[in-house]
Design a protein around this ligand. Structure first.
Ligand SMILES: Nc1ncnc2c1ncn2[C@@H]1O[C@H](COP(=O)(O)OP(=O)(O)OP(=O)(O)O)[C@@H](O)[C@H]1O
Ligand SMILES: [Mg+2]
Length: 231
């Protein structure tokens, strides 16, 4: 591992509520740096809600319990961001009228990179997901699977940057749902690279083949989490 180890991500009694709906119900679990943890469960089981709680992306008051990374408490926007939380959102969430390159480079600049470095890293990560020729295309001109790969590339680039400054917690929310078999393997390999460099990778997926690469699984059923390590 090239980057420093950062300690485990630990959740204790984490709940997420939307009014009367309990999306995550007192989840207690931990995930190690250097590993992929699969987050599984049927549609509506609470996967996205759990990832957003860890990323500090929920509206105030929606989550409670405690979340920590090593000796730091996280779980709100500022603390999760400074601990290196990066979301690959379900459904890609690209800015339509920006190019693929700018969809990646602008968040990198916002995270402190210079414009030139950010464009170069954007181009490298686009190439790594098989989109070397698409950097100048507007997001709205891309196919669903290409858009998903841009969102993955953005998450990978930001995670790389976060790793350089200490730690990354990559929250990958169904990042391969629109990809063919070979492209899926490519993306899973890139997520493994982030883990190998010392990142914590949480990978929400409905795909058993994708979940198989994980060292551990957090399975959600109606918001209740059961954690298992790979035998
Ligand atoms: N903004 C919201 N307002 C109200 N209820 C919500 C909101 N977001 C999610 N929910 C509810 O919380 C529960 C968990 O949703 P969540 O999106 O976390 O599930 P998921 O496991 O990610 O599902 P999927 O596999 O379909 O993405 C569901 O019952 C959902 O209807
Ligand atoms: Mg979801």
């Amino acid at each position: 591992m090239t980057e420093q180890m950062t300690g485990r991500l630990v959740l204790h009694d984490v709940s997420v509520r939307y009014g009367d709906v309990v999306a995550v119900d007192a989840a207690t679990a931990s995930a190690a740096p250097g590993e992929i943890t699969a987050v599984t469960g049927h549609s509506g089981a609470g996967k996205t809600s759990l990832l957003w709680a860890i990323g500090g992306m929920l509206d105030d008051g929606r989550s409670d319990g405690s979340i920590s990374l090593g000796d730091k408490t996280i779980g709100d926007e500022a603390t999760s961001r400074s601990a290196g939380a990066v979301l690959i959102p379900q459904g890609s969430a690209l800015a339509e009228v920006l190019t693929a390159r700018d969809n990646i480079a602008i968040p990198l600049v916002a995270a402190g990179m210079s414009g030139g470095e950010a464009s170069a890293l954007a181009d490298r990560t686009l190439a790594s997901v098989g989109l070397a020729e698409h950097g100048g295309h507007l997001a709205e001109e891309l196919s669903g699977g290409q858009r998903q790969r841009v969102a993955v590339a953005r998450g990978l680039a930001l995670s790389s940057l976060r790793l350089e400054s200490g730690s990354a917690v990559l929250l990958a929310d169904e990042p391969t749902s629109e990809l063919d078999h070979d492209t899926r393997e490519l993306v899973v390999g890139l997520l493994q690279d982030i883990a190998r460099r010392g990142g914590i990778v949480l990978l929400a997926t409905h795909d058993p083949e994708v979940a198989e690469v994980a060292a551990a699984t957090w399975h959600l059923e109606d918001g209740r989490l059961t954690a298992t390590a790979r035998p």
